[in-house]
Ligand binder design. Structure first.
Ligand code: LLP
Length: 418
């Protein structure tokens, strides 16, 4: 089901015409659909049926506290990678006992904060981190519940920048080292081995990389059991892809059933956690932008818009494709092949190459699939203030983040004394 659709020639989010959002908050602006987000979360939750599971939404995909709060209300857990993300989850009413904490560089302070917050699992990414955690837990007089994030060396067949589970990646602990790390963890007085974790990459559009990684994880679970170490939870990471440009990733049901079947085939009966980010947020949002100018060179036509790579960096960073569609379809202009470019002083500031669009100055465009890794990766390059975020709920418009102001932009800066 799509929650962004045309009615009478105008693009809507649920029951709200996007031109109304633009009128209210200006552009560029991010617009999300509450129903879309909830629908995606429920699709995964329903797919598990009665099977014991926790959906730990990957906060990094879109960390607005309104979104975290909606998911917390559904009973979601969260996958975090920093103290900041944990603070957001707590501020949004999330349950720390459903939080898993990933990340390769957790500081002493971050580990302390996570332990004091009673997160479910700290997902250890190196032996050095394990030693640090033991020391921190001992100093606080608590026991740390951990998983080791193993690196199964599986090719997720996605963009190299978002592939994390191969041996040359900085993430996780290789399988042989992980076995030794578990044995070490088992002897540590302030560490309790809780689970095993694995995340191989993002925007994965086939089931096989997931099931290949699962096999490796399950073999490790059995090997650990033989060594007297009982795993209590399988954390299978995130990574389920979405449709940006005709990709056909597995449906929630297919993906979840493949996991459950893989586990059952080994005669293993353990709760599963997953860490989806993009699947929940990606197609639940668009970025609205206005055409400032059109410009026609001998070999190129440019649609110069008011949103740039600082607002949505995926095309510049990963050559990612985002569909760009008009908010109104009644333009009298001729369709022309445009490069849709932003205001930032970089040649990479392109939101989309060679897009057939009928437009003129002042027209509104929607950049699609902009709910995940979009606002979350925005920045202030060229001293541009970051856009507002809006949540549409039925016929209601909620501003869930105001447009940044110039005062906010410079608030931490100080000039030298005379
Ligand atoms: N768990 C861990 C440990 C992760 O590192 C990630 C994403 C996820 C879960 C969520 O993955 P998802 O379900 O969203 O695929 N900025 C890139 C994506 C980076 C993903 C990083 N890790 C992009 O815009 O495509």
């Amino acid at each position: 089901m799509t929650f962004f659709a045309y009615h009478a020639g105008e693009l809507y989010a649920e029951q709200v015409p996007l031109s109304r959002v633009a009128q209210q908050v200006g552009t560029p602006a991010y617009v999300y659909s509450r129903a879309a987000i909830e629908n995606q979360w429920r699709a995964l939750d329903d797919a598990f049926g009665d099977y014991p599971h926790t959906i730990c939404y990957a906060v990094k995909a879109n960390s607005n506290i309104a979104i975290l709060n909606l998911l917390a209300r559904l009973g979601s857990g969260f996958d975090i990678v920093s103290e900041g993300e944990l603070r957001r989850v707590l501020a949004a009413g999330g349950d720390p006992s459903k939080v898993v904490y990933s990340g390769v560089a957790k500081s002493v302070h971050e580990l302390e904060f996570a332990l004091k917050s009673n997160v479910r699992s700290i997902n250890i990414e190196s032996v050095a981190e394990l030693h640090r955690l033991q020391a921190v837990a001992a100093s606080l007089g608590v026991t740390a519940s951990i998983a080791i994030r193993v690196n199964p060396d599986v090719d997720p067949e996605t963009h190299p920048y978002i592939s994390t589970g191969m041996e040359k990646a900085k993430f996780g602990v290789t399988m042989e080292a992980a076995f030794e790390a578990y044995k070490l963890a088992h002897t540590m007085p302030n560490i309790e081995v809780h689970g095993i974790a694995c995340h191989i990459g993002s925007q994965i559009t086939k089931t096989s990389p997931f099931t290949d990684a699962l096999e490796i994880v399950l073999n490790m679970v059995k090997r650990l059991a033989q060594a007297g170490i009982q795993i209590q939870q399988l954390d299978l990471g995130g990574g389920l892809g979405i449709n940006y440009q005709g990709e056909t990733p597995p449906a929630a049901d297919e993906y979840v059933q493949a996991m459950i079947a893989g586990v059952a085939a080994h005669g293993i009966d353990l709760p599963i956690a997953i860490e989806p980010g993009r699947y929940i947020a990606g197609n639940s949002g668009v970025m609205l932008t206005t055409v400032e100018y059109t410009k026609h060179n001998t070999s190129k036509n440019f649609a110069i818009v008011d949103a740039g790579m600082n607002d949505l960096m995926r095309p510049a960073l990963y050559q990612a494709h985002h569909e760009i569609i008009p908010v109104r379809t009644d333009s009298s202009a001729e369709p022309v092949s445009y490069d849709v470019v932003g205001p930032v002083c970089e040649s990479a500031d392109v939101l989309g190459y060679e897009r057939e669009l009928a437009l003129q100055s002042g027209d509104l465009l929607a950049v699609c699939s902009a709910g995940a890794y979009s606002f979350a990766m925005s920045n202030n390059y060229n001293s541009r203030t970051r856009p507002p975020e809006v949540m549409v709920d039925g016929d209601q418009i909620h501003v869930i983040r105001r447009r940044e102001t110039f005062d906010q932009l410079i608030q931490g800066e100080r000039q030298l004394p005379d």
